[in-house]
Design a protein around this ligand. Sequence first.
Ligand SMILES: Nc1ncnc2c1ncn2[C@@H]1O[C@H](COP(=O)(O)OP(=O)(O)O)[C@@H](O)[C@H]1O
Ligand SMILES: [Mg+2]
Length: 263
Amino acid sequence: MSTEPGAIGLGSTLADRYELVAEVARGAVGDVFEALDRVEGSKVAVKVLRAEYLADESMRRRFRREGAVLKALDHPAIVRLLELGINDDGVVFLVTEYVEGETLAERLSRGSLPIEEVDALIDALCDGLGAVHQHGVLHGDLKPANVVWPEDGAPRLVDFGASKILGLDRLTATGEVSGTPAYMAPEVLTGKADVDQRIDVYGLGVVLYEALSAKKPFHDGHVGRLMMKIDAGDCLPIDTVADIPDAIARLVGKAMHRHKQER
Ligand SMILES: Nc1ncnc2c1ncn2[C@@H]1O[C@H](COP(=O)(O)OP(=O)(O)O)[C@@H](O)[C@H]1O
Ligand SMILES: [Mg+2]
């Protein structure tokens, strides 16, 4: 059964197999649905490239890139890819395991995490990022909304839509900053060359800062001023906004150092 491009939504079935049963999130590039895999009888997550991008070859490439990167990564702290699919009408979609739970962003909206949970977060994200980096890949968009936390397990990284393959992708950010400014490393925001895995170390530092304090280190309604604050490292030190062990405070400060050689 084919579906008109653009008509993909609740009730659609992709590749005669994945029935979209609930909307999970609407993103800039793709929409995420909870779906029923009719073959396995299981619940899965399906990310579909938005209709307005279906004819955009660079978006399609970016989407396939996300699938290819996820396929290479098989790690308990990274969401598992089940299929990179294409519908007979050209709609591209990614099928991943469905992670029952909430995102770290949702959790943090209720307040900071207790230290044991921060420990679990550090373990999972360091492990997961280690695997990503070992594959020569950058995640490129670490933030609480891209960490899903199952009710009964350890947190997992999702969303490799901004990922880059070292040595293959252009890594200078001039003119094409993709990601969320509040979590982006200074060298990305200022379009410096030689961007490397340390942008993820920085993003991890910001995520941990927020997990410990329920506050973003940098905020400003004006994006230019926000970028200047990030570039200058102009934020309250984590140990002034959260009552935490020194070792954790040092780790966060080091991870989010404005100079990557200090991270
Ligand atoms: N496998 C999954 N299981 C459960 N929820 C998911 C899954 N993948 C993504 N989500 C949810 O969908 C949201 C958007 O997915 P994401 O891959 O981050 O796309 P986007 O590029 O639109 O940010 C996530 O923030 C999370 O809430
Ligand atoms: Mg996302």
